[in-house]
Design a protein around this ligand. Structure first.
Ligand code: F3S
Length: 392
């Protein structure tokens, strides 16, 4: 193998197999990616987020691969967390998931756990004990988490796939390239929002519109979003990442790098994209259904505690219409806090439910009998394709 980037002696020894064949293969994958993208060297990481956990999206090949890796006794070198699985790992029967699916899903999660990856099964690890510090370099897969940690926290990660995030976690290194470098983090397009967003779903629509309209690799700098909360930006980033592979965005005077006026001036942005009320309405028209939904779901990305509280407050003293399932998805950490504070019980008293470890996209919704869903998440609507008129 001809290597272009600089490797330390220790890295070379891992590549040559001195730490075993699995680490050698992991290192080979990382170095190959780094060489293809022009990385000069590898850097050490202490955190990872590993996607490819749901049996629905990963299937038997992932199950077999993860069990074979776990049987070799290798362990990750980072604080690593698992992405959502295809079901609530404890209450899957109540979700009407089949035992055949559940058995394989539990085996996948267990194999990842044996590799040392915490089975918290959430796409918001940054709200559940795996939160990078500003400027920290990490190796995250899960596009919504990548967008959030880069943009809202100001940490640095590339958009890793499940297997390369796992390889990076096993070796404890990532190639120094892409969004880890200052020169690749500059905003490149002003995205002017010409209306005041009222709902969280407006932010999801903004992300969707941006993702659809930007060229690959462009980095939006939003103006007109000065009141955006972190939860709103979570929805925006998830939609932009799903609709257009956006891994980093900036919001003028809100997100860490765009609070630095000197830095923003240096970006010398010339391109502009405007989004007006008409464009907002068009996104809603595109993502809405005209029939009664059989599932209303919130929590893509997984709800924060504040979002669970807000849902509980809105449902307090009310009853959800019979025949409509109302499901909220969150991480086990937030679920436990919401349970203690009574929010989960309030949602259940109204006829809804709260599930952990999973979401509407990576659970087998069709097999569970659902056909039409509505959500405040453009990413969920885009990826489930259970709405009327999405063109991907
Ligand atoms: Fe998370 Fe599932 Fe949405 S993994 S970002 S809730 S598609």
């Amino acid at each position: 193998m001809k290597i272009i980037m600089f490797l330390t002696k220790d890295e070379e020894r891992i590549l040559e197999g001195e730490s075993g064949s699995i680490l050698a293969r992991a290192m080979k994958l990382i170095v190959t990616i780094g060489d293809l993208k022009g990385a000069e060297k590898l850097v050490t990481i202490n955190r990872s987020q590993v996607a490819g956990v749901s049996y629905k999206t990963s299937g038997d090949p992932t199950l077999e691969l993860m069990e074979s890796l776990a049987n070799e006794g290798v362990k990750v070198k980072t604080l690593a967390t698992q992405n959502p699985a295809g079901m609530d790992l404890e209450r899957w029967k109540e979700m009407k998931v089949s035992p055949q699916f559940a058995i394989k899903q539990l085996r996948i999660c267990n194999a990842y756990k044996n590799l040392g990856i915490k089975p918290i099964c959430t796409c918001t690890p940054y709200l559940s004990g795996n939160r990078p510090k500003p400027d920290e370099i990490v190796g995250f897969s899960e596009s919504s988490a990548v967008a959030y940690v880069n943009s809202v926290i100001g940490a640095r990660t590339n958009r890793h796939g499940g297997l390369d995030a796992l390889s990076c976690a096993l070796v404890g290194k990532v190639p120094l390239m892409g969004l880890l470098l200052n020169e690749n983090r500059r905003g490149s397009v002003y995205v002017n929002i010409e209306f005041e967003p009222n709902e969280e779903s407006d932010y999801a629509a903004i992300g969707y519109y941006t993702g659809k309209n930007l060229k690959t690799g462009e980095i939006p700098l939003y103006t007109g979003l000065k009141n955006a909360s972190n939860d709103s930006l979570k929805l925006l980033g998830a939609a932009a990442a799903a609709a257009g592979s956006v891994g980093l965005f900036h919001v003028l005077n809100v997100t860490p790098e765009a609070k630095n006026n000197q830095l923003v001036k240096k970006w010398k942005i010339e391109e502009r994209l405007n989004m007006d009320k008409e464009a907002l309405k068009n996104v809603y028209d595109e993502l809405s259904i005209t029939e009664t939904p059989d599932l209303v779901c919130l929590g893509c990305p997984h709800c924060s505690l504040k979002e669970v509280r807000d849902i509980a407050e809105k449902l307090n003293g009310r009853k959800i219409k019979k025949g409509v399932n109302f499901w909220v998805y969150t991480s086990p950490t937030v679920y436990e806090e919401g349970l203690k504070l009574g929010y989960v019980d309030t949602i259940r008293s109204a006829g809804g439910d709260v599930f952990r470890h999973t979401c509407m996209v990576v659970s087998p919704l069709e097999d569970m009998g659902f056909e039409k869903l509505i959500s405040n998440s453009a990413k969920a609507l885009l990826l489930t394709k259970l709405c009327d008129s999405i063109e991907i």
